[in-house]
Ligand binder design. Structure first.
Ligand code: UP5
Ligand code: MG
Length: 204
């Protein structure tokens, strides 16, 4: 991608921190294309003819990270599709692509690959709250989500992977001064107001 024609913002935070919820608001407010790596993987898992279905299912249930080649390819394809659609009339009036990449990169190798080979990111929006809050939200959502990883056992594993693999990614970007941290313990509206302020400044 031509880095001058796209803006990429990574959205990170623990499982259930509120990444997807907040991205949905930012799409409405700023016209982002929201790409959730987890959603793309879940779609690929059930796509007829996919060679990765079993691999993705196992990783998601175990809370481990799918090999980065798979995820980076899915993201790249989705970005190309969004830009193509935009050229055909829908989407960004100024032709500049704005992407929220949610739940990615969650491991150092993915971060390096994406920044070097796809497009450098401008900012990391980092939602934080306690494990207690995240657990409660995920168990509540699990009653209706149908997600195979919204159960106590998988959630525990997701927290572990988050600590071991994803926190180093956040620290890496913090050292570059790219991280905007937002406490997501508050109500959805309060968190939204804070996220809006941060993004408004970045895009100004
Ligand atoms: N909720 C949200 N905000 C709230 C608030 N402020 N107050 C009260 N309730 C709030 O929110 C979770 C729940 O909380 C919802 O019910 C919501 O209403 C409520 P949501 O916005 O969905 O949180 P989110 O942070 O998006 O949680 P999610 O479960 O999606 O996070 P994960 O990071 O665990 O899931 P993801 O889909 O990104 O990844 C799943 C798996 O895919 C990974 O574990 C991994 O196995 C795999 N994966 C990879 O291998 N590679 C990747 O690059 C990405 C994923
Ligand atoms: Mg999500």
């Amino acid at each position: 991608f031509d880095a001058s024609k796209v803006t990429v913002i990574f959205v990170l935070g623990g499982p259930g921190a509120g990444k997807g919820t907040q991205c949905a608001y930012l799409v409405k407010d700023f016209g982002f294309c929201h790409l959730s790596a987890g959603d793309l993987l879940r779609a690929e898992q059930v796509r007829e003819g996919s060679e990765y279905g079993d691999l993705i299912r196992t990783c998601i249930k175990e809370g481990t990270i799918v090999p980065m080649e798979v995820t980076v390819k899915l993201l790249e394809n989705a970005m190309h599709a969004a830009l193509k659609e935009s050229h055909e009339g829908e989407g960004w009036a100024d032709g500049h692509g704005r992407f929220l990449i949610d739940g990615f990169p969650r491991k150092m190798d993915q971060a390096a690959k994406f920044d070097n080979e796809v497009c450098p990111s401008s900012l990391v929006l980092f939602f934080t709250t306690t494990e207690e809050v995240m657990l409660e939200r995920l168990l509540e959502r699990g009653k209706t989500s149908g997600r195979e990883d919204d159960n106590a056992e998988s959630i525990k594993k997701r927290f572990q992977t988050y600590k071991n693999e994803t926190m180093p990614v956040i620290e890496h970007y913090q050292a570059q001064g790219k991280v905007a941290e937002i406490d997501s313990s508050a109500t959805i509206d309060e968190v939204h107001a804070k996220a809006n302020e941060v993004i408004g400044k970045i895009l100004a």
